[in-house]
Design a protein around this ligand. Structure first.
Ligand code: AMP
Length: 358
């Protein structure tokens, strides 16, 4: 495939959630069509794309149809099976980001090992296959420590704090006895993230750091640009640049960081996709994270990441979406609604960007 893909080309997206939807809207603005593959009927993305293939990610005929229809394929979540990417590549269609980024992001031990090798600091950690591994690692990791499954998909059973040495067995049971990682507690002052991008020519672009506030494990609000010293922004860009280059990455990545308040940033995790903490860029920057990702994947030059305004992004969870009419009346609120059906508790239904002139 010859890059840059001209308008009229087709991008495949694995996954049909709100991230896929906002990617598709950005693609449409550049004259690029989108075909989505998702197991879910009536997904948010399917309402705005040219075509949707409703099938499992390992459905061979669906993957063949996707490969046939698309010039390149990307994804909106990191737990796409590695075999799916292999099948698509064997069918002659390129995926971006590539296999290496997926493999690293899917396994917390591989991720932290890679990050440390790349000069990106993380908390101390140890792989865990049984409670005895926790006992062996605790003297080095210290207490309290956090046990997390190496891989996602555990329906809230994924993490357990260990407060004393006697708690190892209970914690391992709490994560379902799955292969895990034991992490030292990060004594952070605040949580930050950086949205970074790398193009097909190796060009990189970085958005300003954002500060993120979580509630009950779910992102509630993002403030951007975060109030940080220029040196901290430079350190975040150094880390992001190393990560993107070593993965030979193409696309947008979200990197979650712990700010220790001492000038040190620890990487919590990397997301090889557009990221909830980058939604502020839609109303804050010349080119937002969604267009940036599409530009990178399609081999276009990366766009300007300079913020024109400051933005407070708030997720609309569950029934909060029912307040849309009031939000629509507020001149400072830019409303983004995902087109999901049932406003179940905690479900991300939309977000609102409140914009202030810098
Ligand atoms: P994660 O699932 O790794 O993104 O973690 C979810 C949240 O748990 C993070 O945003 C932090 O607030 C918290 N957290 C994760 N890992 C640690 C850690 N090692 N120390 C302290 N807090 C953590």
């Amino acid at each position: 495939m010859a890059f840059p893909l001209p308008p009229g080309s087709t991008i495949g997206i694995l996954g049909g959630g709100q991230l896929g939807r906002m990617l598709a809207l950005a693609a449409a603005r550049l004259g690029l069509d989108v075909v989505v593959l998702t197991p879910d009927e009536g997904s948010p993305a399917s309402r705005v794309v040219k075509r949707t293939l409703v099938a499992a990610y390992d459905d061979q005929p669906a993957l063949a149809a996707l490969a046939e229809a698309c010039d390149v394929v990307t994804y909106e979540f990191e737990n796409v099976p590695a075999a799916t990417v292999q099948v698509l590549n064997a069918l002659g269609v390129e995926t971006a980001p590539g296999k290496l980024a997926l493999a690293v992001a899917q396994d917390r031990v591989a991720e932290k090992t890679f990050l440390n090798e790349a000069g990106a600091p993380t908390v101390a950690f140890a792989p865990v296959d049984g409670a005895a591994d926790i006992d062996a690692a605790l003297p080095r990791i210290g207490l309290p420590a956090l046990l997390k499954t190496r891989r996602e998909g555990y329906d809230g059973k994924g993490q357990a704090w260990i407060r004393d040495a006697a708690g190892a067995r209970a914690a391992f049971e709490a994560v379902g006895g799955a292969p895990s990682i034991l992490e030292a507690r990060a004594d952070f002052k605040r949580e930050l993230s950086i949205i970074a991008a790398r193009g097909r020519d190796g060009q990189t672009a970085f958005y300003p750091l954002s500060e993120n506030v979580h509630e009950g494990g779910v992102l509630r609000t993002t403030f951007a640009p975060a109030a940080v010293e220029p040196a901290l922004q430079s350190e975040a860009e150094r880390i992001a640049g190393e990560v993107l280059t070593r993965l030979d990455y193409v696309g947008v990545m979200g990197i979650e960081l712990f700010d220790l308040g001492t000038g040190v940033l620890l990487v919590n995790e990397i997301a090889p996709r557009v990221h909830n903490t980058g939604h502020w860029t839609q109303d804050g920057c010349e080119v937002d994270q969604f267009e940036q990702h599409i530009r990178a994947v399609a081999g276009w030059p990366l766009g300007d990441t300079t913020p024109a305004v400051s933005v407070e992004m708030t997720n609309l969870l569950g029934e909060e979406i029912l307040g849309w009419a009031d939000l629509a009346r507020d001149p400072e609120a830019r409303l983004h609604v995902y087109g999901k059906g049932e406003p179940r508790p905690g479900r991300k239904m939309g977000h609102v960007n409140r914009v202030k002139r810098l």
